[in-house]
Design a protein around this ligand. Structure first.
Ligand code: SF4
Length: 219
């Protein structure tokens, strides 16, 4: 990857960030404090996609910060990928909230919000062209693999993602943090197996581009 290509990709991501900052396609576009476009290496081999920003992400305008973010950082480092070498984002770029009167609570994004925001995610994938996408949690996985996707049964399996990019889903770090004792150890083991499979897939030699068809001069 040349420096020129890297700069070009970063420029495209910056332009898209500015568009997302002005976006008000959904109601949550007006209740957010900050949009959370995503961050990381514009030439990342791995793109991590979560469900949506939570309270801390909304406050800081950054994806996967707070306790779940710290765990994600450790998970990535365990397969030799510092956070800054990965691109991290969400299916929606604004925090989905539920108004409880005295405070706003996090909630999963609605299908409409996901569908409104999808072009931004698709564009990120097109710009970065990762080797592998890792979806974290059921809502993110379903946004790629369809509503029938069952994370407890189908996590750790490979699917064809946008543009044929291999995609796998695993449990969300926030889910791991909600577990205790033996259940947490079991979930961590499953996630570790998934992460190792991701690392193996990233390390596979890139598939060669199909050779252009040769036409004989004498046809
Ligand atoms: S969630 Fe996405 S589509 Fe909806 S307002 Fe925010 S940036 Fe726009």
């Amino acid at each position: 990857m040349s420096l020129q290509q890297r700069v070009q990709r970063q420029r495209e991501l910056d332009d898209a960030t500015a568009i997302v900052e002005r976006c008000r396609k959904c109601g949550i576009g007006s209740t957010r404090r900050n949009s959370v476009y995503g961050e990381g290496d514009p030439c990342a081999t791995l793109m991590v996609v979560g469900e949506g920003p939570g309270e801390t992400e909304d406050k800081l305008g950054r994806p996967f910060v707070g306790r779940a973010g710290e765990l994600l950082d450790r998970m990535l480092l365990a397969i030799g990928l510092p956070r800054e070498d990965v691109f991290i984002c969400n299916t929606v770029k604004c925090r989905p909230t539920l108004d409880l009167g005295n405070r706003l609570a996090n909630r999963p994004p609605t299908p409409d919000e996901m569908s409104n925001c999808r072009p931004y995610l698709d564009q990120q994938i097109e710009i970065i062209r990762p080797r592998v996408i890792l979806a974290l949690g059921a809502p993110a996985a379903k946004s790629f693999m369809g509503e029938r996707f069952a994370i407890s049964k189908q996590r750790g399996q490979w699917f064809d993602g946008p543009g044929g990019t291999p995609i796998m889903a695993t449990f969300h770090p926030a889910y791991i943090l909600r577990m205790t004792g033996g259940a947490m150890a079991e979930v961590k083991k499953l996630v570790w197996n998934d992460l190792k499979a991701v690392r193996t897939r990233i390390d596979e030699p890139p598939q060669p581009e199909p050779a252009p068809q040769q036409h004989s001069l004498f046809e």
